[in-house]
Design a protein around this ligand. Structure first.
Ligand code: DQA
Length: 145
């Protein structure tokens, strides 16, 4: 099974970015640990972090017929991007939305997500473990031939 992990803007700053909100692990730490976990689950993992909306959208488009399941932390695009929602619907790849922080405990503008109602599941407030839980759920939700 092939799983793509997508991380949106500013998540390249993890480790130094508001550690009291997002934790002390860097994105490399998180993806390295997830890659080992994926190997144990017989999953091939690929990853893209981008600060550019169009790069995330193009990666989603390229994933059609290639990727079985997407784990996405759209970061600030969660609250703004109809385009990422449409891309995910366009390729019809099941996905889980992950947030490190509990967006519902934070500012009102973070409470709405353009993705949640079309996601298989939403995990928030679990820190980096959220990615691991999403990975463990991949076989349950992934496209099967
Ligand atoms: C985030 C929450 C978003 O509101 C924020 O813009 C982020 C990170 C999270 O992982 O908690 O950049 O997606």
């Amino acid at each position: 099974m092939k799983v793509l992990v997508l991380n949106g803007p500013n998540l390249n700053l993890l480790g130094k970015r508001e550690p009291e909100v997002y934790g002390s692990q860097t994105l490399t730490d998180i993806i390295d640990a997830l890659t080992i976990e994926a190997q144990q689950l017989n999953i091939t993992l690929s990853h893209l972090q981008s600060n550019r909306e169009y790069e995330l959208i193009e990666k989603i488009h390229e994933s059609a017929n290639e990727i079985d399941f997407i784990i996405i932390n759209p970061a600030a695009f969660t609250h703004t991007s109809v385009a990422i929602r449409d891309a995910l619907l366009g390729v019809a790849i099941p996905f889980v939305e992950v947030h490190l922080s509990n967006i519902h405990k934070r500012e009102a503008f973070r409470h709405h997500s353009y993705l949640s109602d079309v996601a298989c599941a939403v995990i928030c407030g679990m820190g980096a473990k959220g990615y691991s839980f999403a990975l463990q759920s991949a076989s349950q939700f992934a496209i099967k031939d």
